[in-house]
Design a protein around this ligand. Structure first.
Ligand code: ADQ
Length: 469
């Protein structure tokens, strides 16, 4: 059997003690695949070094081998904070207003991808399957090919793929996308992002794309497909029933004193629609003064990418907005928004989800969104909460039994909150049962298996052909 080489910007080292909940669902699933196939997980350590040496820190923990490199401060600035998070991330989330085009970022991105290629290539053996992750490493496959690698190489993009009209604002966009075609398999979260990618390939690169999503390029076939990611369902449900989750559940229920609880859980990122969400809740309070004091919103938003100015800005904006709404509506015994800037262990988070009557997941654009799936998995099936989900999250394609909303419309979201509060138990149970079946069946272990199966044999009959436009 082939080994598996996973390459991603950061590497999640499994806890040697095998502590539950220490890794997120994606990391757990990739670790499980690495245990099954053997192989290595390669990436950046997260550490900086004065001078890049390519020194590999190789570790083996809980049956998984990881190999990491340190990067120079300039690399981190130009590649990670720069091209990845100030150019590609906003562009891929349709925010050309926030996208920065700086030639140094582009050079840093190519330099670090070349450093990845130089240092991972010697670790790759003849029959290994190579699985590259995300927007940080789009050109890596082509750099590995330049070194003579003939292995099967797959790339999975966790973000959306933007419409061609936006992507063409990126200098050297053809070169970037063409470099991705050095892969054998390119995976997207949903059919929507896949179609968008294929449209770009047809229109801008003028390459033939067949009905099954395969692209002919330089005498090779590149196979593009959607692989919707899921959560580690069994593990999450187990966590939701743990004593830690029960304690968190009780803490939140007790402190909210029988009020309806709305919950939002997101990395502090402009793509998550946090400002629009607070505005929508503010609108709800204004339009429904009779109900206002019977609801509380808990927004958990741990800071991320704090070195990037747009993230510092959104943090300030949200603090101001939450303060403003609370100032306008609170009284001595009740504050409508609890706004918390920290992370919680997964079990505790599961208890909070379960205690919440409404899950508010309203990103402006999201590759998939796992919080929506976690909220569904954490509910009590006999008395489940209601999921309000942005139609612009990839997850909306699978979770169509949620209350789907346009997160840009405060009126629509406010009305939907009222609808969710009034929803009878029978309808809540019916919707939840349908959502739960999808979350349970499309779990993250299935996602790794599906991707690896197609990577190992892209043209097999199992590789369900898809409809292209
Ligand atoms: P993210 O943008 O990070 O992921 P998401 O899919 O929602 O978004 O995953 C966030 C994860 O972080 C969830 O597992 C959530 O529980 C956890 N988390 C958030 N806040 C937390 C807190 N306060 N404490 C602890 N944990 C917290 C990217 C893409 C998504 C895609 C995923 C996976 O942007 O679209 O779904 O990758 O492919």
């Amino acid at each position: 059997m082939s080994r598996l080489i996973v390459i991603s910007n950061r590497v999640s080292v499994p806890n040697p003690m095998g502590a539950k909940g220490a890794q997120g669902g994606l990391a757990v699933a990739l670790s499980a695949a690495l245990r099954e196939y053997g192989g290595i997980w390669f990436g950046w350590s997260g550490q900086e070094t004065d001078e890049f040496t390519g020194h590999l820190d190789v570790q083996r923990n809980a049956g998984v081998t990881t190999a990491t490199i340190d990067l120079e401060a300039q690399d981190v600035d130009e590649y990670y904070n720069g091209y990845a998070n100030r150019t590609l991330w906003p562009l891929f989330h349709y925010r050309i207003d926030l996208t920065e085009y700086d030639r140094n970022f582009g050079e840093g991105y190519e330099r670090v991808n070349a450093r990845f290629a130089d240092n991972v290539a010697p670790l790759i053996e003849q029959d290994d399957l190579v699985w590259i992750h995300d927007y940080h490493l789009l050109p890596l496959a082509s750099l590995l090919r330049q070194k003579g690698l003939k292995n099967q190489i797959g790339l999975f993009l966790h973000t959306p793929w933007p419409p061609a009209r936006l992507l063409v604002t990126l200098p050297f966009h053809e070169r970037l996308v063409t470099s991705m075609l050095a892969c054998d398999v390119i995976g997207f979260q949903t059919e929507e992002w896949l179609e968008s990618f294929l449209h770009y390939v047809r229109k801008e690169l003028e390459l033939p794309v067949s009905d099954d999503g395969s692209i002919e390029y330089e005498g090779r076939t590149v196979y593009a497909r959607a692989f919707p990611i899921g959560i580690d369902y069994d593990d999450f449900v187990e966590g939701a029933n743990s004593p830690e989750a029960t304690a968190a559940y009780e803490k939140l229920r007790k402190s909210t004193r029988g009020r309806k609880v709305l919950i939002g859980v997101d990395r502090l990122d402009y793509s998550k629609g946090l400002g629009e969400r607070l505005d929508s809740f503010g609108r709800f309070l204004t339009v429904n003064p009779d109900m206002a004091k019977d609801v509380v919103m808990l927004q958990i938003a741990p800071p991320s990418r704090g070195d990037v100015a747009s993230y510092q800005q959104i943090r300030e904006d949200l603090e101001r907005k939450a303060g403003h709404i609370n100032g306008a509506h609170a009284d001595v015994a009740w504050v409508p928004i609890r706004y918390v800037n920290r992370g919680y262990p997964r079990t505790e988070l599961a208890g909070f989800y379960r205690a919440a009557d409404i899950g508010l997941v309203t990103p402006l654009r999201d590759g998939m969104n796992l919080v929506a799936k976690e909220y569904v998995a954490a509910q009590n099936p006999d008395d489940p909460g209601v999921l309000i989900l942005s139609r612009f999250a990839g997850a909306a394609l699978q979770l169509s039994d949620a209350l789907l909303v346009n997160p840009m419309s405060a009126d629509e979201v406010s009305e939907t909150i009222k609808h969710a509060i009034d929803m009878p138990l029978a309808e809540r149970k019916e919707r939840h049962a349908a959502l739960l079946a999808s979350v349970r069946d499309e779990h993250v272990g299935k996602w790794t298996d599906d991707f690896i199966a197609v990577l190992a044999n892209p043209v097999s009959e199992d590789a369900a052909p898809l409809e292209a436009e």
